[in-house]
Ligand binder design. Structure first.
Ligand code: NAD
Length: 231
């Protein structure tokens, strides 16, 4: 199967190095800032590509993803902070008859963490004295804050029935791959649940598993679908 890398930064290069383990041949790279740049999303080079994996920047997804989807290339989008453009990308995915897996966090642990956090939020919802928070910490170069995963966790808590305010805060420092803590704080006690990413390979492996899974599917999916948690 042929894989196209959209973005050849830290994540794109990691996906490239692990791609053969997942049965993928890397057909090329779209990244105007890389020496490997092989052309824009409409280049003839990408004929026959099965799936494109996007790890770029928030303002870049709308440039590439709709064009690739309309020409029949499945999408895996790991870039965060671009959701104001979601409608345009969804329309292109429908029009192209392809599949897209979109996830702010591709690590298996985080997908399961989200389910645990939702369960905890449902248990804490009736305990009116408890307030709640989400804190996330990432490396200094991360562009969006709060993280897509932090927002996902907050939404999961709200959807589980936690209706009180949830304070969300961020730290950007050093090289932290990603730490997410959900806390419930009562008059005399605190409960915290923490997920810590030790390195970035978990994200890259999850994205490649999603890429393999999405080929031959049509529609808009998350990592819950890939891991079979929605069935
Ligand atoms: P990075 O800055 O190392 O790489 C981004 C790359 O995008 C750069 O190489 C840059 O040249 C390239 N780029 C810029 N303009 C482009 C364009 N027009 N077309 C194609 N490429 C372009 O960042 P990173 O650490 O690789 O992270 C990328 C994104 O992935 C961020 O949004 C980050 O938050 C997200 N991320 C998601 C997960 C996940 O599991 N979903 C994990 C890690 C990072």
């Amino acid at each position: 199967m042929k894989l196209l890398l959209v973005g050849h930064g830290k994540m794109g290069r990691l996906v490239e190095s692990l791609a053969p383990e997942f049965g993928f041949h890397v057909a090329g790279v779209i990244d105007p800032h890389s020496t490997r740049h092989g052309g824009g999303p409409d280049a003839a080079e990408w004929n026959g590509v099965d799936v494109a994996v996007d790890f770029t920047q928030p303002d870049v997804v709308r440039e590439n993803a709709p064009v690739l989807a309309r020409r029949g290339i499945n999408l895996v989008i790991g870039t965060t902070g671009w959701h104001r453009d979601e409608r345009a990308v969804r329309e292109a995915v429908d029009a192209g008859g392809v599949g897209a897996v979109v996830a702010p966090n591709f690590s298996t642990g985080v997908v399961l963490f989200e389910a645990m956090v939702a369960h905890a939020a449902a248990l804490m919802a009736p305990q009116q004295e408890f307030g709640a928070f989400v804190h996330e910490a990432h490396h200094a170069a991360k562009k969006d804050a709060p993280s897509g995963t932090g927002l996902l966790l907050k939404r999961a808590m709200e959807q589980a029935g936690f209706e009180r305010h949830i304070d969300v805060s961020s730290t950007r420092a050093g090289f932290i791959p990603g730490v997410h803590t959900v806390g419930f704080d009562g008059p005399a006690e605190t409960i915290t649940l923490t997920h810590t990413a030790r390195d970035r390979t978990g994200f890259a492996r999850g994205a490649l598993a999603a890429a393999k899974w999405v080929v031959g599917r049509r529609g808009w999916f998350t990592m819950k679908d890939v891991l079979g948690l929605n069935s």
